[in-house]
Design a protein around this ligand. Sequence first.
Ligand SMILES: [Zn+2]
Length: 223
Amino acid sequence: MKLFKPLIIILLGPQGSGKGTQAKFLQKKLNLEYVGSGNLVRKRQRVNDFTGRKLLEVSAKRGEIIPTFLMSKLWAEKFEKLKQKPEFNGFVFDGSPRKLIEVVLVEEALDWYEWQKNVKIILISISQKESIWRLTRRRICKDCGRILPYIGEFRKLKKCDKCGGKLITRIDDTVEGVKERLKWYKTDVMPVINYYKKQGRLIKINGEQSIENVFKDILKAIK
Ligand SMILES: [Zn+2]
């Protein structure tokens, strides 16, 4: 029997907040698993069935949101696997829940898997202005698709740090395109944030500082 409570970190924040980078740091530092909805979807779309093919179509049209019933199924399958891990310390939940109905499902799932005792909800907060500024400057690797945020050391890279590929800016990373994507954040994700805030569970971290200081603040907050 395990005597400790696994740590579940729900990591929220607008695009450009550096959420993905912080998720990786947390994972490494605290020896946590990573659960990213994007990863789960990409894995599922490699299966050649109706849902796999449809997911491929849907994710090609950027900004379209995966239906909740499907998302919750993918989470459940992942959680089931994590539950079987002998050395399980917890996980970072990157970027979900993204709408109110998902909050309900995530809470139910955390209850079901008996992980509800040690859940930290962290919002990496940056202004809309900052978000637009970073997103219109971030780059993507032409070869492996890696996205390089416009923060910290990433700004100095001339080539992809993973495969050495050429770095380009994305066509839809224009001010207009970014504004469109942030609109979705306002309508869908903001209610989630307000819900946790009302419950007194939201930990807000200032995202407009160096990557290292954001990380330090998160660690302090979850102690
Ligand atoms: Zn690359």
